[in-house]
Design a protein around this ligand. Sequence first.
Ligand code: SF4
Length: 324
Amino acid sequence: MSSNNWKTEIENAYTCFEDVSKVINLTQEEEVAVKLRPKFPFMITPYLANLIKDNEALRKAYIPNMLFNGVDNGVDDPLEEEEFMKTNCLIHRYKNRVLLLATNNCASYCRYCTRARRVGKNSTHDIMEAIEYIKNHKEINDVLISGGDPLIMEDEFLDDLLSKIRAIPHVLVIRIGSNIFNVMPSRITDNLVNILKKYRPLWLSLHFTHPAEITKECEEALDKISRAGIPMLSQTVLLKGINDDEKTIEELMLKLIKNNVKPYYLHHCDNIKGSDYFKVELKRGLEIIKYLKDNISGFAVPEYCYDVPGAKSKIRIDTTTKIK
Ligand code: SF4
């Protein structure tokens, strides 16, 4: 496989109705939504289009839906992250860790994105200012590089960024948050893996929604990372009509551990604008977690959690948790 396959994927990605309708038979409602796409960017790699064209659940995650355009209770910035922005691309919300928003771009755009207010839009990312902030705050020992999807950036840029963060003595751990394994596994080239492994301890915090995402190509990409000694965690957002049933989540968790990915969080969906139709009742999430605890190994059961603005960390949900 050519190491530049991923760039061809990006060049050939579908960004409008005329293109995507050649490969996916859109419903009338999806057609209208794709043509309108008023609030959020639309982009699907050819790899992902092939994966979702016959998978109803995954289609909902990526193809616009008219419900997305309706009136709902969500907000643009459900975690009030903008209040914690210390530079134009750095969020310092929790004492020892920061979130570095290295890019606004993704290889494909998910419909339930917490950062829908930023992704796909032009904005300035003053990386050096962010690095200086981290240098000047010795309490920061954990840097999560996110976006957008940082693995969409060029190898040279990533190498340079990681070397600058690794050179800061008080930073113990670097994490990269990414959805690239689901939408463009060809991005995991040998060169990228060699870059990543130079900066260990480095963890990948991956985003998986449905077992159908873990294809042969995805497994090969995960295997490359695993062999490089880079630990992987996964986060899953619980989404109505996509993964809100016991068997789907069970299959996903089992596929993750088979591929050396530790299931970490099952997220209650953030209160993002346009996502009411994705929301699952807390009671349902707890039923799914209970099923997992009763049926699979403990280390394969993720923590059920939600994020609230101002909290010192994520809130773990159990049967005693009250949620608004
Ligand atoms: S890949 Fe991540 S940042 Fe990009 S749209 Fe999906 S959830 Fe948002």
